[in-house]
Ligand binder design. Structure first.
Ligand code: SIN
Length: 481
């Protein structure tokens, strides 16, 4: 590995330059031990506004380029990220706590959005529609929406950003990204590589700062910003939506989840256990699509619990840079306290601890399984976002569907069955944007990621992911002789 420190930057990247814009610095902490990874300059709405102005000025030339020319720059960026994968992964472990193998996987996954949209941007095709009179011709073209803002959380320091900005850039929109202040270094390394890849000044802007509310408001209210794409909590998504309403800005929202994982009596239990481990404990349970509730049919309940708990006990817990560690720390102390509250509440409501249940220290919480879960427990309704796996029991298919849909959220859901008819019935009945059928990991740049109900709107990834960054224009040509 080259020296990862060569990829550490402390300032925001605006209009092709690193700008400090402040005397104050914010310490970035390592979630595994609380040590300081480094510092970034604390920028705010002023820098966001500068970045939007720069992006707006860059828009006419960026949209004018051919899709092939934009694609070439995106592919350069992809290559540079892959060439620096080890160094970026190291930085990501330090600031997020995610185990090294998962960080490398995330870089492959995050960079794949850039590669995929570099290609798909060239297919931003319109349509020709037969005219409604003999002298009329109708065509529909897709044009870039304008300057795009992105606000992203700490749990996927690269992939969250690339899945938003790669499609935007590919169709001709300049971007202003505000990454989480908990994981700014990965984002700033991306900015450095974007600069080397050849993006013109002002096309890619990444602004770091701790006042997320002020920075979010600045993005929402700036008249030159055309669209905002946000990943985070449902509570904040609603605030942003209100703030965007005056300017009627387009919004994509990827919000909270409460994913059910249903295991029917006819399922292959070994496959289900494998999917359950991946679906629940990826990044210690800190993803929006992580399983929140296991719903297991009565006849296979004990078998599933026994096999699942045996697997959970094999996790190697520790600092993500240590060899073979596959279970890291939680992001901060509040997350640990939240896990303690969930466990205490579940025990009071009649749950049984099958394994785990305690904090290890101020940074780590044991992977935890709670059996005899019931609807009165907090996690029946609230997103856990951590390493607790509650296991509920059900009797019939209808019970399972009703329990699964009994939530305001609708992001990811999973179920395991070997019955063909059931697989169709249940896939159609689940009120979710995404369904994993005999699969516990479903995220990919080629598939549309997103939710319904209070989990948000819009889709990221796949051919559908371009739609959020273009406007349709209908051209009616008349008087054709
Ligand atoms: C998340 O939104 O937290 C999950 C992201 C992913 O699986 O890509």
């Amino acid at each position: 590995m080259k020296n990862y420190k060569n990829l550490i930057f402390e300032a925001s990247y605006v209009n092709g330059e690193w700008i400090k814009d402040s005397d104050e610095k914010v310490a970035v902490k390592n979630p595994a031990d609380g040590s300081t990874v480094g510092y970034v300059y604390n920028n705010d709405a002023t820098t966001i506004n500068k970045a939007i102005d720069a992006a707006y000025d860059a828009f006419p030339n960026w949209r004018k380029k051919t899709a092939k020319a934009r694609s070439g720059i995106l592919l350069n960026w992809y290559q540079l990220i892959m060439e620096n994968k080890d160094e970026i992964a190291h930085i990501m472990v330090l600031e997020s706590g995610k185990p090294l193998t998962e960080c490398k996987g995330e870089i492959d996954y995050g960079a794949a959005y850039i590669q995929w949209y570099a290609e798909q941007g060239k297919r931003n095709n319109g349509t020709v529609i037969p005219g409604f009179t003999e002298d009329r011709r109708i065509s529909v073209i897709k044009q870039p929406i304008g300057v795009v803002g992105s606000i992203t959380p700490w749990n996927f320091p690269i992939a969250m950003i690339t899945r938003k900005i790669a499609p935007a850039l590919a169709v001709g929109c300049p971007v202003v990204a505000r990454p989480s202040i908990l994981t700014p270094f990965t984002a700033l390394a991306l900015a450095h590589l974007a600069h080397k890849a050849g993006f013109p000044e002002g096309v890619v802007n990444i602004v770091v700062g701790k006042d997320s509310s002020a920075m979010g408001k600045a993005l929402c209210e700036h008249p030159k910003l055309a669209k905002l794409s946000f990943t985070g909590s449902t509570r904040v998504g609603k605030i942003l939506m209100k703030q965007c309403s005056d300017g009627l800005k387009k919004l994509s929202l990827e919000l909270g989840g409460n994913a059910p994982f249903i295991i029917f009596n006819d399922a292959n239990i070994d496959d289900a256990v494998k999917g359950a481990i991946a679906g629940k404990f990826r990044f210690s349970g800190q993803t929006c699509v992580c399983v929140n509730r296991f719903l297991v049919q009565d006849e296979v309940y004990d078998e599933f619990v026994e096999k699942f708990v045996a697997q959970v006990k094999t996790f190697k817990i520790g600092n993500g840079l240590e060899t073979d560690v596959n279970f890291g720390p939680l992001i901060n102390k509040e997350a640990i306290t939240k896990m303690e509250d969930f466990v205490e509440d579940a025990i009071q409501q009649g749950g049984t601890l099958a394994t785990g249940g305690n904090k290890i220290d101020d940074y780590f919480f044991e992977p935890t399984v709670i059996t005899q879960a019931n609807a009165k427990m907090k996690f029946a309704k609230e997103e856990i976002f951590g390493p607790i796996a509650p296991i509920f029991k059900f009797k019939t298919e209808d019970d399972a569907i009703n329990m699964a849909n009994d939530t305001e959220f609708g992001l990811a859901s999973y179920f395991y069955t070997n019955d063909l008819n059931r697989s169709i019935r249940v896939s159609e009945a689940l009120e979710y944007g995404m369904v994993g059928l005999n699969a516990g990991l479903i995220s990919s740049e080629v598939a549309p990621f997103g939710g319904i109900k209070q989990s948000g709107q819009g889709r990221e990834g796949s051919v559908y992911g371009l739609d959020d960054f273009v406007e349709l224009k209908y051209i009616c040509t008349g008087s054709v002789k």
